[in-house]
Design a binder for this molecule. Structure first.
Ligand code: ATP
Ligand code: MG
Length: 355
């Protein structure tokens, strides 16, 4: 692919975006914390699905920089340095800004304002009971110093979802309590308003909602530094696959090996295009006669083929920061207009619409 055909015509973007938005398709909202480059977990957990969703729905993707700050308040560069990285990742995998609105959370004031209104409808006890928040607080070892922004981020997510009137929210299974909490806020607000101002949303789960890291111990995650990035070099891919956990008791090729808990098979299930072939490999491995080296070679080739074109496109986008900013700005301006309307409705529900 040459530069001419891949780089987007940003001048035409605002016009095309407006045309797309005039449709009455159901609305989908997703987002990513701007805490690092995106990785293979994002690819199978959300990006692949977003490529399909952008063809069928009115999709908004939020670069969640404010949410990134909720556990990085004292290290804000981690967030600000990664905003354009995330946008470049979107474009590199094929998110098309003429079909999907890509926007920046901190530059949409209605999202923060809505958070303030909704905060009055949620008790601290309810936030503390949220299972995702509970386990994240434990794993982040905040001790007695939980940032208020972190504790309240489910309220901010409810603001994001409702501000875009999203009815479908693609999430990992760990995010289901956020949907529940959002819908509670929606019901409370509608009750106060005496009419249906906000709409409830439904989760959309992806096939792979928790891709493990190479050692199989944790979820692949930006903050844990255990990722295969979408622009990993050929050498990094080779090293990562070689390091993958297989079956500790599979010492000789002729021995039967275990598929359950074998990270190489988890990845083949997630990425290899031919599921029948993966089933044959599993049978062979369980029977004995298929070595870890040969198995890893198959996965490595598959990941090399997947990542090489993404890496190439990403390098092109990240070298044109002006274009990335232009795309993000156009999407954000569109989002500002859309979310302001919902904010006005919510303010009216509280009777705070004097002028
Ligand atoms: P951080 O460590 O900063 O929280 P992260 O790597 O967990 O970053 P997020 O921005 O929190 O990434 O995740 C955004 C979305 O990406 C999630 O809701 C989920 O759908 C998807 N996702 C992230 N990591 C994975 C993974 N390992 N497997 C599948 N999906 C994932
Ligand atoms: Mg996360």
């Amino acid at each position: 692919m040459n530069n001419q055909s891949t780089l987007l015509d940003t001048k035409a973007l605002a016009t095309t975006t407006a045309v797309t938005k005039a449709s009455s398709k159901a609305k989908v909202l997703t987002g990513d914390r701007a805490t690092g480059q995106l990785h293979l977990g994002h690819y199978v957990g959300s990006l692949q699905q977003r490529l399909i969703l952008q063809e069928q729905y009115e999709q908004t993707i939020l670069v969640a920089d404010l949410q990134g700050l909720t556990d990085n308040g004292h290290n804000p560069h981690k967030v600000s340095d990664n905003i354009l990285n995330v946008v470049a990742d979107y474009l590199a995998v094929g998110i098309d800004p003429t079909k999907t609105t890509i926007c920046l959370q901190s530059a949409i004031p209605a999202l923060s304002e809505l958070t303030m209104y909704y905060a009055n409808l949620v008790s601290v006890a309810r936030l503390m009971r949220n299972p995702t928040v509970k386990s994240e607080i434990a794993s982040k070892a905040f001790g007695q110093s939980i940032p208020t922004g972190f504790l309240t981020y489910p309220i901010s997510q409810a603001a994001d979802i409702t501000a875009f009137k999203a009815t479908l929210v693609p999430v990992g299974d760990d995010q289901l309590p956020m949907i529940e909490q959002t819908n509670e806020i929606v019901r409370k607000l509608n009750h106060i308003a005496g009419q249906q101002i906000l709409v409830e949303c439904q989760p959309l789960l992806s096939k792979v909602s928790r891709l493990p890291s190479c050692d199989g111990k944790n979820k692949m995650s930006k903050s844990m530094g255990n990722c295969i990035l979408l622009d990993a070099s050929a050498k990094q891919i080779t090293t990562a696959v070689k390091s993958m956990y297989t079956d500790a008791n599979h010492l000789k090729v002729e021995q039967p090996g275990q598929v359950a808990g074998n990270v190489v098979f988890t990845y083949l299930d997630a990425f290899y295009p031919d599921a029948d072939y993966v089933a044959q490999l599993k049978a062979h491995y369980q029977q004995g006669g298929l070595g870890d080296g040969a198995l890893k070679k198959i996965l490595e080739e598959c990941l090399q083929q997947l990542i090489a074109p993404i890496r190439e496109r990403r390098a092109m986008y990240i070298n044109d920061k002006a274009q990335l900013i232009e795309i993000l700005k156009a999407g954000t301006e569109h989002a500002q207009a859309e979310t302001d309307q919902v904010l006005q409705q919510v303010k009216s529900a509280f009777g705070l619409n004097l002028f």
